[in-house]
Design a protein around this ligand. Sequence first.
Ligand code: GLU
Length: 431
Amino acid sequence: MAKQGIFDDAIKRLDEAFEHANIDPEALEKLKHPKAIMQVSIPVRMDDGTLRVFDGYRVQHDDTRGPTKGGIRYHPQVDLDEVKALAFWMTCKCAVVGIPYGGAKGGISVNPKELSRMELERLSRGFVQRMADFIGPDTDIPAPDVYTNPMIMGWMMDEYSKIKRIHSPGVITGKPVEIGGSLGRGDATGRGAYYCIKELEKKRGWKPEEITVAVQGFGNAGQAVAKLLHDDGYKIVAISDSQGGIYSKDGFDVPSIIKTKNDSRQVKAVYCDGALCTAVPADTVTNAELLELDVDILIPAALENVITDENAKNIKAEIIVEVANGPLSSAGDRILRDKKHLILPDILANAGGVTVSYFEWTQNKAGFYWTEEEVHQRLQAIMTREFNNVYDIMERKKIDMRTAAYAHALSRIGTAISSLGTHAFFSNGTH
Ligand code: GLU
């Protein structure tokens, strides 16, 4: 699908959820328009002495429930429309898990793999120089997203603190633990999805060993969910990254594949005994083929719109866990919904990342840091509670899980908006 119109495609889902949410129509109208948009140009002196100018964006979608929150993405495909859609999803995601934030997103249109480390640092600091009056610990709090990482968050926090002349760890989350990051933030997105799958396991009563899983996208979140499922006995039979993928019906040793991916930046079918890695038999598959494999659980964990009206009819996995943001277009979603696939929607399934970001922010504010066990326990409590809330709405109203998640989010956002008064209140003159 053309990337044009991804925001409009995304907000269509509000209308469907509205009829199940019992909120004032004014709230719906408000959510269709982002609160504020900032677009900047970032000049960077490259290592060879030339100057390149990069486009950067930050969209604050809605701040009714608290300061806006959401990651910063470095990717050549980034544009304003995409960032608007991603910011909208953050508003809904924070509401689904009940954390006191609105939604935002940022991005720079760049292929970070083409930059040296020093160029990357200059670009990241340049972004903050331009955004310093738009973001802040009590207004809008960025975090990592596709191709950004803790060190980049650290540079951004450092730059912001220098500009404001005040140590400000709470301006950004996903920082290195040594400079105010939270334990347990690294694998939080994948872990949140894992807790959702564990709840589904209880409902369905399956045994992990019986379940085959394919993971599309092997960055931070894809690796974490694959590892946790593998440790539990699930069979991870297919894995891919942007270069392509591997398949073996017997399943892979996920820690070995993570090790080689992080050493060589490639997904290779290997088994590692300590530092010694040897090849294991596997087929190669393209990303498109991986999505259509006959597995029980498919986990898209890369970019948006990988399942559309063009390939949705070929998807065989009964359960789809959206670890990426927006991996299904609304048309693709409709096809799968009609075929009765169970889709754990992004605004629930990948909410573990922002939930632990919230923990990081509260720890920064308090100046008091938690143990990793505490982070895991609190994350599990929230994910379990909200998975079951959404699942109950789905069953009670006989709707799909995505619509249920949006209805749940809309109820929280809608009552927050109404608490300040709506037309129904103001048109009735008396008090
Ligand atoms: N980028 C992540 C997301 O899409 C995390 C956002 C955050 O931690 O604020 O949910």
